[in-house]
Design a protein around this ligand. Sequence first.
Ligand code: CMC
Length: 435
Amino acid sequence: MTTAEATRTGEAKLAHDDDAVDLPVVTGTEGESAVDIGHLRAETGLITLDPGYGNTGSCTSAITFLDGEQGILRYRGYPIEQLAERSTFLEVAYLLIYGELPTRAELDGFIDEVTRHTLIREEMRHFFDSFPTDAHPMAVLAAGTVSLSTFYPDAQQIFDPVAVEITIKRLIAKLPTLAAWSFKKAIGQPYVYPNNDLGYSANLLHMMFSVPSEEYEVNEDVAKALDLLLILHADHEQNCSASTVRMVGSSHANLYASISAGISALWGPLHGGANEAVINTLERIVADGGNVQKYVDRAKDPDDSFRLAGFGHRVYKNFDPRARIIKAAADRVLRATGADDQLFEVAQRLEEVALHDEYFVERKLYPNVDFYSGLIYRAIGFPKNMFTNCFAIGRLPGWIAQWKEMIESRETKIARPRQVYVGAAEREYVSIEQR
Ligand code: CMC
C-alpha cells in the first residue's frame, strides 16, 4: 500500500521584499489544509522556522486521524470508541499495519504467526543478567529491541516485503517477552517463558506475574482491561516517538533500530513517561495530607518548574477521547481488583479542581491518556517503572505502521531539517598559548 497524496485545492501567496511566490495549498480527506513549501527555498532562498513543529506537517498519512479541537481519534477511519468497545489489540494492530479490518481467516493467521514468535533467543538471558538490578525497564527494553537485529540480520532488507513481514511479526511477538524479562530481572525472579496457549495480553500478565513455584491463573477481566489500554495506546499520528521512528527509518536503518529509537523517545516524562510521573505526583499529594489545591497552585506558579503530569496536550485542546474511556475503565478495574483507591479518589479531586481553575481552562489543559492509565496499571500490579514499557507494547503497531508507510511512500526522503544559524561569525583559530 502506498500513501494517498493530499489533493491540491488552492494557492497561498507569500510576499517577501519585492517578490511574491505562490505556494500550493493541499487538503486531506478530513478537510485539513496545508501550505506545501516543497519549493520555497529553491524559489525564494527562505526556509521556515518552527521549533517543536507545532505548525509543521512532516508527511501525508492515511493511518490515524485526530481532531484536537473536537476530541476525535480514529484509526484508519474507525472511531477509537468503537474499537475500544468491540475490537482486540491484535485486531487493531492488523488494522493499523495493513489498513483494513481483517477477515476471520486473516486475523487467525496473523495471531497464529505472532504467537509462534514469542520466544526470544536463549543467548539473550545473559544480556538481561548483565544489567544492574535497578536498571530502568525502558532502558532494557530499548537495548533489547535493537539487539534483536543482531540475531535477525534479514531485518536489513527493508525493501524486501518477506523480510519486513517476518520482522513485524517478530517484533509484536517478542516485545512483551522483553518487557516482562526486564521486570523479572529487576525483582530477582526467574524469567518466565511465554505460554502460547494464552492470548496476547494474558501472556504478558503470565510472564510478568507468574513464578515457577506456584500456580498462576490469569484474571480474564484484568487481561481485558490491559488489552483495552494497549488499543488506546496503539497509534497517535506524528507524535514525538512516531516521528522519531520515521526519522531514524528515513536513513534506511532497520525496523528494530527504528523502534528502539521510538522506545527511547517515549520514555521521557513529557511523552509516555507521564503515566509514571502521574502516580509519583498522586503519591506525593497523598503523603502530603491530600492537599490537591497546593499542587494545582504549584503547577500554576511560573517560578516553579512543577507541572501537573497527565494534564495538557499539544493537539487536544478540548478533551482527550482516550482519557474518557480510560477513566471509566479505571473505575471498573479498581472495583474488580479491589485495589486501594485512595490515589483514584485524589486523581478525581485533582481533575475536578483543575477543570474549574482559570489557569487550566484558559490554556485548555485537560486530563490526557496518561492521567488515569497509571492507576489501571497500578491496580493490575505493575510497578511504576513498568508503565511506560506497557505503553510501548501498545504503541508498537502504530510505530510499525508509520515506518511501513514511510518506507513505501514515494514522497519519502531522508529526514534532514535545516536551521537558522545564530552562532559566532567566521573567526581565526587562536593557538592555546594566546587564549
Ligand atoms: N501543568 C501546568 N501547566 C501546564 C501544563 C501542565 N501539565 N501543560 C502545559 N502547561 C502550561 C504551560 O506552562 C504553558 O503556559 P504559559 O502559556 O503560561 O507559558 C501553556 O500551558 C502551554 O504549554 P506548552 O508547554 O507550550 O504546551 P505544549 O503543547 O508544548 O506541551 C505537553 C504539551 C503535553 C508537553 C504539556 O502539556 C505537558 O508538559 N504536560 C505534562 C506532561 C504530560 O502529561 N505528558 C503526556 C502527554 S499525552 C501522552 C503522550 O504524549 O505520550
